[in-house]
Design a protein around this ligand. Sequence first.
Ligand code: PMV
Length: 337
Amino acid sequence: MPTVSTAPGKVYLFGEHAVVYGEPAVPCAVERRATVTVEPRADGNVRVRAEDLSLDGFTVEYDAGTAGPAVDAPTDLLEAATGYVDEAVAQAREAADAADAGFDVEVESEIPLGAGLGSSAAVVVAAIDAATRSLGEPLEPVELADRAFRAEYTVQDGQASRADTFASTMGGAVRVEGDDCRRIDAPALPFVVGFDGGAGDTGKLVAGVRALREEHGFAADTVAAIGDLVREGERVLADAPAGEPADEATLEALGGLMDFDHGLLSALGVSARSLDSMVWAAREAGATGAKLTGAGGGGCIVALDPTDATETALAYTPACEEAFRAELATEGVRRIE
Ligand code: PMV
């Protein structure tokens, strides 16, 4: 019998980059999911099928423990499809004390890759959950989030915060400060996402902010200002009735802080022309606020708008390849079968 789990992607309401220096951040899970189907294999091998990872669709088959599949596809795309799944499988084997377990793994994802929406985290969370269940060793959410973080940490050479994997496992709005992660109460938020079709280089962008921060006191102050802004945003979220659609005043207050956050991130050099262009299109369409989400440099913006106006405006913005609504996902990992 296959086991099937889905896990959501995320947007950063506030706080990316500053979170690297110990400031709080608020990522929110959104209703765009990765679905992973796992079936045990008797021969101990791992076979991965990834049709919808924004790749053209290919199937790879390889023996566990070997260097990887020999197929004619660009290395980074192969790593995207197999690196995260490999580490997820390693975590599941370790958790279930089943070093020789083999699996057929099928990945389907609605989340653009490497674009600030936590696609890899969603794949890893769903894969570990489905694989451990298929071995008869289901994990509690806290251990699942931790093992998913460790898998990302390994694949990304230590360049991973707990934000994506925690938000994807737990769902809802989350507060991250160092290793301290917790769910926080939040109203239902009408997120709209614009995607420029590209991706940023997270390692390079983080290094750029680090260099600026070391060189200029005012850059360090800018990072600290993002932390102040996040704390104010947390107060706005806490004052709004949890789970109910955010009222106009809440959306205005959160949107104003998102606009400010985007300005500070721009000052730190992590925006891009395409992101600025989508941010302005969203604001002009009536979004209460808009900002880049994730590392920046390219990828996605997130805006708040309960009406269709922002999604429509983004769809007509040349810099925008895809626009979609992505409501707050109150449920994290979900067991389908
Ligand atoms: O691109 P994403 O969604 O993985 O976000 C990166 C967020 C940073 O704060 C820039 C880095 C990090 O690991 O927290």
